[in-house]
Write a protein of this length. Structure first.
Length: 393
């Protein structure tokens, strides 16, 4: 390793949102038996991922048409989720060293009357929906009535979320954001969901489409997590994608929102041209948002291949002082009947230019091992996880 203290000067940590790699032992308790996002996609459709294959993706577990590398360029392994749950907040928080004692609350039958009545009173509007639904389907079902009445569409999912969908020409974005801020203030105690999410859309009845102006209002993470520790050590953190929202901007000095994976990848390269020290923390959400939840196998496979083809342009920005970490936060298998997240292990790939041959990092008991590795690299620590930094030397 390089740098003045022997560690990496810069770490680029990319979360491939929902790219799981096989069901965890407790998957049945979540209704996820048989879920294997990468494995099942590879069985359904031949994947061409030569760069991930060279890193060691096929060394993590057998994957059809993705061979194990004889001399992998990266260190490889997989991580279990130690916390109960299978959503964005649970996975990202665990990466940063936060383990949940119990799952964040779910509302599969919608939110109770006492919450909805108070919510409607505070925002001065009635609501539509209030049930678990696909975001793309519910705007087709209720979008026309929303346009006629001005009532926001409220819905949830198998995740701990309170989602609000409105047409941008009916309720302007600034008002939608205030509506979501009101929900975030209201949802406390047993109703404290992981995220309140705005879901703006445009178009005409029968042809509504969501816009990229989504914003997440997350529950505040407990103090002392990775980004807090890095801030105390004056380590710069630059985030790309929804990382800023998941952590409420804590410890993040610069950030870029993204419209899609391509935009996120472009902004990652731009950040690497400007940001030469610290943590670059990236989330690429299309795998989950556009393809996993919609059971779009071909779209998911194409997005994986697009990411793989982009990797060489990322490598060209890296120096011997760099560490690249690729992982995921949970699964979202598009081949199963469910459209929800799945309780899966996640892949772990770590690469540094000039690594003679990647180490087998094995099965890690928690995503916090990644956070602990980043923490150790920058001279600090978090309360959970075991670092694998020495295995990368």
């Amino acid at each position: 390793m390089s740098g003045a203290d022997g560690n990496f000067r810069r770490v680029t940590w990319i979360v491939l949102d929902s790219v799981g790699i096989g069901e965890m032992p407790d998957a049945a308790a979540y209704g996820d038996c048989g879920s294997d996002t990468l494995g099942n996609i590879a069985r359904k459709r031949t994947l061409y991922l030569p760069n991930l294959e060279k890193l060691g993706l096929g060394n993590i577990k057998p994957l059809e048409h993705i061979a194990p590398a004889d001399h992998p360029a990266g260190a490889f392994g997989r991580c279990a989720l130690a916390s109960p749950g299978k959503d964005t907040t649970t996975g990202h928080w665990e990466m940063a060293g936060i383990h949940l004692a119990k799952p964040l609350p779910l509302f599969p039958r919608g939110f109770p009357p006492e919450i909805m009545q108070e919510f409607e009173q505070r925002i001065g509007r009635g609501t539509l929906g209030n049930y678990a639904a696909s975001g793309t389907e519910i705007i087709q079902e209720l979008g026309e009535e929303h346009m006629r009445t001005g009532k926001p569409i409220v819905y949830t999912s198998a995740d701990s979320v309170f989602q609000v969908a409105t047409h941008e020409e009916v309720i302007p974005l600034w008002e939608l954001y205030k509506i979501c801020e009101t929900a975030r203030q209201l949802l406390r105690g047993p109703y404290e969901v992981g995220r309140v999410i705005d879901r703006p859309f445009i178009g005409k009845p029968g042809a509504f489409t969501r816009t990229p102006n989504r914003k997440d209002f997350a529950v505040p993470p407990p103090k002392g997590m990775l980004l807090d520790q890095l801030e105390m050590k004056n380590v710069p953190v630059f985030s790309v994608g929804k990382i800023f929202d998941v952590f409420l901007g804590r410890g993040i000095q610069e950030h870029e929102k993204t419209k899609n994976n391509a935009d996120g990848m472009a902004k990652t390269l731009a950040a690497l041209d400007e940001f030469d020290h610290g943590l670059l923390f990236v989330n690429l959400v299309d795998f989950d948002q556009l393809y996993g939840h919609r059971n779009d196998v071909e779209g998911y496979a194409g997005a994986l291949e697009e990411f793989d083809a982009w990797l060489p342009s990322l490598y060209r920005r890296l120096t011997p002082d760099d560490l690249l970490i690729l992982t995921a936060d949970h699964g979202c298998d598009p081949t199963t009947p469910s459209t929800d997240h799945s309780r899966e292990y996640v892949p772990l790939l770590a690469y540094r230019p000039g690594m003679p041959e990647g180490a087998n990092l094995g099965l890690r008991s928690t995503l916090s091992d990644i956070g602990q590795t980043v923490a150790e690299n920058f001279g600090t620590c978090i309360s959970k996880g075991e670092s694998f930094l020495t295995a990368l030397s």
